[in-house]
Structure formats: C-alpha cells, structure tokens
Design a protein around this ligand. Structure first.
Ligand code: HEM
Length: 201
C-alpha cells in the first residue's frame, strides 16, 4: 500500500484545511468570539485565499516558463491548491455571516449592498469551480463548457482581488502589494501563452 503524503494531492488539501482551521480557531481564542475576532478572521482568510488562489492561478504558466521541482509541484497540485482557496474563502464567508449576525452596525460600516452583489457573484463562481474540480464533473459537463467556466471564473476572481485590495489602498499603501502580485500573475499567464518564436535555423 502506498503511503499518503501530506505534501501532495488530497493529503495537501487536508493539510491546508487543518492549517486554516487552526489559524481561525487560534485567532478567535486570542481575540474573542466577537467583532474583533471575526474581523481578524475575515482579514486573515482574505490573505490566505489570495496566496492559495495565486499559487493555483499561476501554476501552469510558471511551470511552462521555469520548469523545475517547485513549479512542477505547483502544477501537479493546482487543483488541491484551488480547493484550498475555496476552503479559505468559505471561512471568510462564515466569519462575515458571524459579524453580520452579532454586530450588524459594524458590518454595514465595512461593506454595502453593491459590494455584496459583486462579492456574491465571485462566491457563485468559487462554488461552481470547486464543485467542478473533479474528473467526474469534467466528464458530466464536457471539456468545452468546463474550460469556459473555469476561464471565466478564475478571471472574475482575479479581478475581484484587484478591486477588493485596490479600494483599500487609501487606508494603507500596503494594499498595493496584493494588487501588484495579482497583476504579476496575470502578466506571467500572458507571457506563458505567447507563441514561442524560434531563432534556430
Ligand atoms: C458577499 C461577499 C463578501 C462580503 C460581504 C465581504 C466582506 C468583507 C468585509 C466586511 C471585510 C472587512 C473586514 C475588516 O476590515 O475587518 C472584507 C475584507 C476583505 N475581503 Fe471580503 N467580502 C466578500 C467577498 C470577498 C471576495 C469574493 C473577495 C476576493 C475575491 C474578498 C476579498 C477581501 C479582501 C482582499 C479583504 C481585505 C483583507 C485585508 O484587510 O487584508 N471578499 N470582506
């Protein structure tokens, strides 16, 4: 029998899930199961989500441009990294609901109906991408529809990260860093998809 590895495939997915659960519980026990704790969890999961999303989003492009151990690991595990992103954003949603239920006053100072509609659309894509991240789902909807859905979904999420971080730049210049990371990943994907021009005779 082959031994399950925590750094590959489903072992990696469960390791990511455990780490996210430990981080969430750690923050809630440290800051309290109330406004401060829920806000910390919302912000922390927004950041873990971005890291996991970028790893999955840039994996194939990075492996194509710089073939090597790390980039091949990223490409091999991009499905699990993508599902790890979905898990992280699921916790983001749970903490948002907890904040809305326990402290609606603070909740409405931090968000508005327009942001809920665009954020809700991103969540719809995240749910659809996660539900179709299995071989059986690819077969069921067909590779063409699957390709379109995943193309549209990942781009919508990438743009959502640019806007959700970008609108906070006036509060702190540090929010320019995640915006720059998403833009860099987009450039990487475009560069990797460019047809190669061979100068060899
Ligand atoms: C209905 C959907 C959503 C709602 C109601 C929502 C709500 C919130 C709230 C209230 C905060 C502020 C927390 C605080 O400052 O204490 C926040 C932060 C954030 N959210 Fe969401 N969110 C939603 C969906 C999304 C989506 C889809 C993304 C990205 C794809 C996202 C990315 C972020 C980011 C980047 C932050 C800033 C984190 C930081 O401070 O570093 N959110 N969200």
């Amino acid at each position: 029998m082959t031994k399950a590895k925590w750094t590959e495939g489903w072992g990696l997915f469960w390791l990511l899930t455990l780490a996210l659960a430990a981080m969430t519980l750690g923050l809630l026990f440290a800051a309290g199961w109330g406004t401060d704790g829920y806000r910390l969890v919302i912000r922390a999961t927004a950041r873990t989500s971005l890291i996991l999303f970028l790893a999955a989003f840039a994996a194939s492009a990075a492996a194509r441009l710089w073939p090597g151990t790390v980039t091949h690991w990223l490409r091999r595990n991009r499905r699990q990294l993508g599902l790890g992103f979905a898990m992280s954003h699921f916790i983001h949603a749970l903490a948002i609901i907890a904040l809305w239920q326990t402290d609606p006053g603070t909740f409405w100072t931090l968000t508005n109906r327009g942001a809920i509609v665009t954020g809700g659309t991103a969540y719809l894509f995240i749910a659809l991408l996660a539900a179709t991240s299995f071989d059986r789902a690819v077969k069921a909807i067909g590779p063409k529809a699957w390709g379109w859905l995943h193309w549209l979904g990942v781009w919508f999420i990438a743009v959502s990260f640019i806007f959700t971080n970008g609108k906070r730049i006036p509060v702190s210049g540090w929010y320019a860093l995640p915006v720059a990371l998403v833009l860099a990943a987009i450039i990487l994907r475009i560069a990797a998809n460019r047809p190669r021009i061979s100068i060899a005779a």
